[in-house]
Design a protein around this ligand. Structure first.
Ligand code: FAD
Length: 441
């Protein structure tokens, strides 16, 4: 059988059950990816969905994947068409490839893409592999997923649900389906390219992805995983995770998780191994705890889908709108926030860091989000959209879920979170060193 493997947010060979199944079931395989998807698509707020940092980091992951496939006598093809799903359907039809293997993703847009392939007559084999846990292993059905994280976590822990053991990378891939490039304008062999001109290294970065040890590809992600769990950083994780400067205060797994060059189950296996070697404590437990938040948001996305993209989200009451804030004023406030020019030094420092590096600590994400929503009174979805543009670890469920949570229209039982930036600065940046570091763009 001849089939397509469609790489989505799983740019890796290790622990990739969907790819392993494609390898087992097909004699010839065409590995494809939608490269640069959303990079030219504009949001309602006037910027592209995918910005230069995300593109550059994703490109590093693609370079790594392409190399790994070549080492196994295969090749990565990229679809660059602005309507990639239709291009994939046309390609499959022209070459008689009726089967598409891919990972199953929780986002409504991602699920719609699969439905379009199916509606065109293609058989899609999709496997869940984006989370720690599989939906079928959860101690509740999707429609009964607890809204509150604590309930979700307790149900999992009391039922002793644990992630599956990660699978090894395939030794070899099925024979590559050879295509004449000239006949396929929307499909190109992946070419290894360097980072886009639009990005440059910033020595202040907490995730310096333009330097060798932090690139987005799978071998670098796995090397980081080994390095992190060989160190004693996990032994202090809970105490340091609210930090804001340097590479060591948190695990920094999220960018590799976002492009899928690291699998969450590999992280869990490495965590357990670390605990066996160096001891388990509250700090190491907290890594599992935080990773479970990611799963919780993914399952909530499966449960609520498009509702998480509405202004009122999951709230029963509509979110109040300030009648004195015109669209023009709201737009100006958003622009100042994006540029790090609100006049609030702690918030501005965070927004400058995000723009310069494509990464921001969890502490600062909470602060800048709260400020946009509760102080500037701008639509929370504009902030979520800017994070989608800017973050190298952008992940739809975690992003939408966290923004909705802070806005009080998500899964927070306390009706939203408002942070006082002056108090937060005193507590987390008492000597103002973070604000000094990011005093300039
Ligand atoms: P660590 O503190 O080391 O945590 C370990 C892992 O646990 C992370 O890699 C991540 O996978 C998971 N995790 C930790 N905190 C959260 C959380 N609050 N929600 C979900 N998962 C979590 N994370 C993303 O991966 N992509 C996003 O687009 C994203 N957008 C966010 C938007 C807002 C407004 C906020 C407040 C948080 C957002 N987060 C997002 C969650 C969190 O800030 C990042 O996952 C974390 O800062 C990444 O750094 P780390 O890997 O060092 O995290």
């Amino acid at each position: 059988m001849k089939a397509i493997y469609w790489f989505r947010q799983d740019l890796r060979l290790h622990d990739n059950p969907a790819l392993l199944q494609a390898c087992e079931m097909s004699e010839q395989l065409l590995p494809v990816v939608f490269a640069g998807q959303h990079s030219t698509e504009m949001t309602p707020w006037g910027f592209e969905r995918k910005g230069p940092h995300r593109l550059a980091f994703e490109n590093q992951a693609l370079n790594g994947l392409s190399k790994s496939l070549e080492q196994r006598s295969s090749h990565l093809y990229q679809i660059t068409d602005v309507a990639p799903i239709q291009a994939l359907i046309d390609l499959a039809k022209r070459h008689g490839l009726e089967m598409v293997f891919c990972e199953s993703l929780p986002g409504p847009e991602e699920q719609q893409a699969v439905r379009e392939l199916q509606a065109a007559g293609l058989t899609v084999i999709q496997i869940e592999q984006a989370g720690l846990l599989e939906v079928a292993d959860l101690p509740f059905i999707i429609d009964k997923t607890p809204l509150m994280f604590t309930e979700f976590r307790k149900a999992i822990e009391s039922n002793e649900v644990v992630p599956c053991t990660p699978l090894p990378a395939p030794d070899h891939l099925p024979k590559l389906i050879e295509l004449e490039n000239a006949q396929e304008p929307a499909l190109q062999p992946h070419q290894t390219t360097m980072a886009a001109d639009a990005v440059s290294a910033d020595s202040r970065s907490a995730f310096p992805y333009l330097s060798q040890d932090w690139q987005g590809d799978e071998p670098t992600g796995l090397a980081h995983l080994d390095r992190y769990f060989a160190s004693d950083l996990p032994q202090h994780y809970k105490g340091t995770r609210n930090g804001m400067m340097g590479t060591d205060y948190s695990t920094k797994f999220s960018p590799w998780l976002a492009v899928g060059s690291l699998s969450p189950r590999s992280i869990y296996a490495a965590l357990v191994d670390h605990e066996n070697r160096q001891g388990a404590n509250d700090d190491t437990y907290w890594i599992w705890f935080e990773l479970l938040w990611r799963d919780h948001f993914q399952v909530l996305m499966r449960r609520f889908g498009n509702r998480l993209f509405h202004r009122n989200g999951l709230a029963k009451q509509p979110r109040p709108i300030n009648p004195n804030l015109t669209d023009k004023k709201a737009h100006a406030r958003l622009q100042h926030w994006i540029a790090g020019q609100t006049g609030q030094p702690f918030i501005d420092a965070g927004m400058r860091e995000l723009a310069a590096t494509g990464y921001l600590s969890n502490r600062m994400r909470q602060n800048v989000a709260s400020y946009l929503i509760h102080d500037l009174e701008v639509d929370w979805r504009a902030g979520a959209a800017w994070f989608e543009h800017a973050l190298i670890d952008y992940a739809v469920s975690s992003n939408q879920g966290n923004w909705a949570y802070i806005a009080g229209v998500g899964s927070d039982p306390r009706g939203g979170r408002r942070f006082n930036p002056a108090k937060q600065a005193r507590d987390y940046d008492p000597d103002a060193s973070y604000q000094q570091l990011w005093a300039t763009a």
